[in-house]
Ligand binder design. Structure first.
Ligand code: TRP
Length: 442
């Protein structure tokens, strides 16, 4: 809301947690986590990932919640209001990352919608790998689905914070969870699933490289929606009475659980069907249709899965567009309607090169297509950098204010405060900087 009017708020604390979880749980968990894990060696990567989530991810998430809730403004405005100086640049970086991430996120989310229909129109009988290849090279089709997805995203952000997103997440997140459990049972009972379970759960640390550490950190930031002011923005709609640390830990836990379960669906099936685990972005779209094709009523399961993947993607896309829109609403004084429509369309257009790259219409850059490059720039560069500055901000530059904010002005002591402070001060910055410098392999 612009000045003068009451800022919109979440209905309940649970609503806030579910909206944050809705933002966090998305393509990052079900599509990105398994293929990144596949590329960087499996179980050892998973272990490193979990440690990074609960030490660094949690700390940065709490820091973002504190900043947003304190300032009650968008990512740029929050830094300006609390400290000013150069700090708003961190918010700016976040808004730019929001543009970049949503641009290609919309393309992949469009695939999930197309796959709902495809479940009934031949996907179950076809060679899923060939089908995927044929689909993504059909550029007009891919862009049409992307446009539809972005239109739905715009519509919801246009409607505001309201009860809609909260209610939505409350029903659909548990549904996603239940379906994952069913699919796990199907996947781990496939003949040949054991090799996949070993790959996913038996760590082989010789496979870890500096690149893997960087990828794990990038994945943690991406999956938790951190480092670009998304949680700052959502925190800004939270009332002053609620407590933050519990919310942060619950969001981290839910997000990691869903990613972990998604891996339990994908890897047994990958090995059972002899797909290459490092196959990259196509992994989910090739492996799962293979699994569904083997099941009685496979088309229904497949459609259901892609509907839920679409929903997970939608609640995340909303949060990305909300970061960008909140900036234009608070800072440029645009109406919510104008901000969401204009920026949604700009982001849609920015996503077209990603679709073109996957279709092979535009060439690769150093072995990465456009989508991969945009993802790499956002996840492995902008998000960790954003996280680094956010940690330094609360650790050194806004220490007392942050303490007051996470402890609700001393009324709700936070048992791990000192640990959190030192993670923000030293552990997170050093870890991020180290991984960033040593692991940044284009
Ligand atoms: N976390 C989402 C996912 O896992 C994607 C996402 C939404 C995101 N908002 C974000 C990533 C903000 C980084 C920053 O799919």
């Amino acid at each position: 809301m612009s000045n003068g009017t009451q800022r919109e708020q979440w209905g309940t604390k649970l609503g806030f947690i579910l909206a944050c979880a809705g933002s966090a749980v998305g393509l990052g968990n079900i599509w990105r986590f398994p293929y990144i894990t596949g590329q960087y060696g499996g179980a050892a990567f998973v272990l490193v990932y979990v440690v990074l989530v609960f030490v660094i991810g949690f700390s940065v998430m709490l820091a973002e919640m504190a900043i947003g809730r304190n300032a009650q403004l968008n990512a740029v405005g929050s830094f300006r209001k609390i400290k000013g100086g150069m700090w708003p640049i961190v918010g700016w970086m976040g808004v730019i990352a929001g543009f970049i991430i949503l641009s290609y996120y919309g393309v992949i989310a469009g695939w999930t919608m197309a796959y709902v229909l495809k479940s009934f129109t031949g996907l179950m009988q076809a060679d899923a790998g060939a089908e995927f290849g044929a689909f993504v090279t059909n550029l007009p089709q891919v862009v049409a689905w992307q446009a539809l997805f972005m239109a739905i995203t715009i519509y919801i952000v246009y409607k505001g914070i309201g009860g809609g997103i909260e209610k939505y997440c409350r029903v659909l997140m548990p549904a996603l969870f239940l379906l994952l459990l069913v699919l796990i049972v199907r996947s781990i009972t496939l003949p040949g699933a054991g090799a996949g379970i070993n790959f996913y759960l038996k760590p082989d640390f010789s496979k870890l490289t500096g690149g893997a550490l960087g990828a794990a950190l990038g994945q943690a930031f991406f999956s938790l929606s951190l480092g670009m002011g998304c949680i700052i923005t959502y925190g800004s709609y939270l009332g002053k009475k609620e407590t933050l640390p519990g919310a942060a830990i619950q969001v981290c836990f839910l997000d990691t659980l869903v990613a972990f379960l998604a891996g339990l669906v994908i890897f047994p099936a990958v090995f059972a069907f002899g797909v290459e685990p490092g196959a990259g972005p196509g992994l989910t779209f090739i492996t799962l249709p293979n699994v569904f094709g083997q099941m009685p009523g496979g088309a229904i399961w497949s459609a259901l899965f892609f509907v839920l993947l679409f929903v997970a993607a939608l609640t995340s896309a909303i949060s990305l567009l909300e970061v960008v829109s909140a900036y234009f609403i608070d800072e440029i004084k645009w109406s919510r309607q104008k901000a969401s429509m204009v920026m949604g369309i700009v982001i849609f257009l920015m996503g077209i090169p990603s679709a073109m790259g996957v279709a092979g219409v535009i060439p690769k850059l150093a072995g990465r297509d456009f989508l991969d490059s945009a993802d790499f720039l956002a996840s492995n560069v902008l998000l960790p950098l954003g996280g680094l500055f956010i940690a330094l901000f609360v650790g050194w530059f806004w220490t007392e204010g942050a303490k007051q904010e996470v402890e609700n002005n001393g009324t709700v002591p936070f048992g791990l405060y000192t640990a959190w402070l030192w993670v923000c001060r030293v552990v997170a910055p050093i870890a991020i900087a180290y991984i960033f410098i040593t692991g940044l392999k284009w």
